[in-house]
Design a protein around this ligand. Sequence first.
Ligand SMILES: Cc1cc2nc3c(=O)[nH]c(=O)nc-3n(C[C@H](O)[C@H](O)[C@H](O)COP(=O)(O)OP(=O)(O)OC[C@H]3O[C@@H](n4cnc5c(N)ncnc54)[C@H](O)[C@@H]3O)c2cc1C
Length: 540
Amino acid sequence: MTAPGAYDVVVIGGGVTGAGVARDLSLRGLSVLLLEKGDWGAGTTGSSSWMIHGGARYLEFDWDTTRLSCLDAGHIVTIARNFVYRVVFLVPVMPHDRNNIERVETFMEVYDRFQPLKKAHPHRRLTAEEAREAEPGLSPDIVGAVTTEEWGVDPHRLVFANVQDAMAHGARALNHSRVTELIRDGGKVIGVRYRTTDGSTSEARARVVVNAAGPWVPEIGDMAGVRVQLRPAKGIHIVYPHRISNFSLFAESIDGRDLLMVSHAGFTLLGTTDDDFYGDLDSVEVSEDEVDYLLQGFERVFPSIRDYRPVRTTTGVRPTLFKWRPYEDSLSRRYEIFDHASNGVDGFVTIAGGKLSMYRLMAEETSDAVCRKLGHEAMCSTATRPLPGNESDPEPAAELGLRCGIPALAVVKLQSRHGSDAEKVLDDAHTSRILCRCEPVTEAELVYAARHEQVRTLADAFRRVGIAAGPCAGAACIIRSAEVVGRELGWSATQKFDAARDFVRGSWLGRAPVLNQAGWAQEELAQGVMRGLTRNHAAR
Ligand SMILES: Cc1cc2nc3c(=O)[nH]c(=O)nc-3n(C[C@H](O)[C@H](O)[C@H](O)COP(=O)(O)OP(=O)(O)OC[C@H]3O[C@@H](n4cnc5c(N)ncnc54)[C@H](O)[C@@H]3O)c2cc1C
């Protein structure tokens, strides 16, 4: 038995890795506290390309990562089947590309051997005409194309489903709770001190503390007096609030790197860069040069790309393991688990490196290491046990929509986040109102998130239900969202205005690098509306 305020394990970091570890250990019957300084999935996980993929590219230099990713992706798409969707890529080949079509096809033939592990289909080779028939926006100069298939997922919801399941099995999970210090007893780590957003500080004792802080792993390591060296690498995406193509596309960048345009359910991510990062992890900015680099690479295979209007950018820093010399792009995506007892610091375990696509395996092996330390014998069950909302098939969207009086598209969106629990979400609030005219998010889902899903800010609501993710980028719905969330959380009128203003300001940094004329006009309008509302409110 552990005393109140004492746990078997404290996990630091509520990205996909930490959430996965918390779920695994809770399912094994250990008492767990999971702490996240921001919001669930708001670190690197949320700024990924949103793909559970095998990493065909790594076949060239890191075969085993491709194998493990495909293997674990197979488990993830089984336990999260209501949350994932197929993403079909065209790999167009241009004259003078780094790889000619024969090489690209040979490459995909090898990758095909791994595809069954993740329940994906083998490649097909297309003539230039076939490829342009499938995607007429492709350049007339392409010499042919090859198809390949991956899986898409909303990483914020994937993280939250892991958090939910951990809590359902007894874990305590706190977002907006920053670990400020590790409590030591001689060399041993025996707990953590953490601060919540209201400024109060608490302590939690633990038999083992797990450092799952992604790119912040070295910072947490410093608190324990151990050195964990990473080679953090920054990546950006351009976000379009709609599908540009029904296919996802590969393109070659000016320096020969593979770029991706990923067609997700209702939006497109175009990325990514991969650059050594030396700056402040809590304030990573996107430059216009990075945006131009991506557009330049894409306009070669998809000449009209600059005609589409992006709404924002995202950026994150990969927690890559340290290695001297290779280019960032060629760094291994492997992971490593460190039991710091070997550095004289017992009670402290770090998980570093890896990928979203193999988070479950990383969590399993980290949990195995923790259980070994605690002499706790319990098997991992996360490879087969469905995540919440994936235990059964969801009701057909059209039927549920008809019954609840909401459009089928809104139901599809809801089910992509809640799976078979969608009906429970709709039953909670009894409103069929849609929040925004450009993104079919139901008011009921937002109410549910505020009541049951640890939403504390409008940015949390953006991650949980996708408010302000559509073309309006919040201009048409952020005030309404503040009203709904504020009503649930007991905010005053001033707090509602402040929340909306903070959201608009917070999104600004990610929007500025991609604003074109129409975008600037919309931004002026949104900022002006906020200023006007705040002034009116202050004058009252
Ligand atoms: C541009 C880009 C694209 C990518 N695309 C893909 C992809 O499509 N597929 C794929 O498999 N992988 C992809 N990756 C890699 C993948 O996103 C990461 O490997 C993975 O998400 C890392 O998860 P994590 O939980 O380890 O780190 P994070 O998600 O960063 O989580 C760590 C958490 O720790 C928290 N934290 C830090 N310090 C403290 C503290 N003191 N107290 C409490 N909490 C703290 C942070 O707030 C953060 O939320 C991509 C990465 C990038 C950068």
